[in-house]
Design a protein around this ligand. Structure first.
Ligand code: CA
Length: 232
């Protein structure tokens, strides 16, 4: 499942959410202030952020607004958590870019359900659902990839790379973005590493006549192209 960053300054609530998320199979990190949250985001992008509104330092709203303005964090799925349940506040939270909004006190089951729903919508690669693009089918539960009837054999990194690309077909990703999202850290790995693994991925896909689906966008990065159906 996903890597979730919990931004919450009340230890009891942070602990309660952590326990439940870990039990649900997520990898969890907690930041108790806006500064710690920004530090965690700078090091590696999580798959989803649970963001408290009232924090020491910058508010959750300010954090969400800043993340939405920055290209690197623009698509970060955010679930806002707050004691405020006034309708105006809900609107402000959603305007700031939150994908969903939950008022305290909340039921942990509801929180987990909302997290799954946001992930399904915004980061399907995190959930164990099979993805299909053109002939290519990738099943995270069994770690199998096939193109029609032809099985495709991939190493673990190429599998993660393909899973990410297939979850965002037609979108161009820079090498830095791919390091961030597939390797989980954009700071300490050379961008050339991405090229090495893309080359291996293409070689594996080539055996199933699908190598062309991984396109190089010159000067920008890579894209997984959706093949145009025959006759369209
Ligand atoms: Ca708080």
């Amino acid at each position: 499942m996903g890597r979730v960053l919990i931004v919450e300054d009340e230890p009891a609530i942070a602990e309660l959410i952590s326990l439940n998320l870990r039990h649900d199979g997520h990898e969890v990190q907690v930041a108790a202030s806006s500064q710690a949250a920004q530090g965690a985001i700078d090091r590696a992008l999580p798959d989803l952020v649970i963001l408290d509104w009232m924090l020491p330092g910058e508010s959750g709203i300010q954090l969400a607004q800043r993340w939405r303005r920055d290209a690197r964090t623009r698509d970060l799925p955010i679930v806002m958590l707050t004691a405020r349940s006034d309708e105006r506040d809900v609107v402000q939270g959603l305007d700031a870019g939150a994908d969903d909004y939950l008022a305290k006190p909340f039921s942990t089951n509801e929180l987990l359900a909302r997290i799954r729903s946001v992930l399904r919508r915004r980061a399907p690669q995190v959930l164990d659902t099979a993805i299909q693009v053109g002939l290519l089918r990738l099943d995270p539960a069994t770690m199998r990839v096939s193109a029609g009837e032809v099985p495709v054999k991939l190493g673990p990194t190429e599998f993660r790379l393909l899973r990410f690309l297939m979850s965002h077909p037609e979108r161009v990703h820079s090498r830095a973005q791919l390091l961030d999202r597939v390797w989980g850290d954009h700071v300490f790995i050379e961008e050339r590493t991405v090229d090495v693994h893309v080359k291996r991925l293409r070689a594996a896909l080539g055996e199933a006549q699908c190598a062309d689906m991984v396109e190089t966008v010159r000067g920008v990065g890579y894209r997984l192209a959706k093949p145009v159906p025959a006759g369209a």
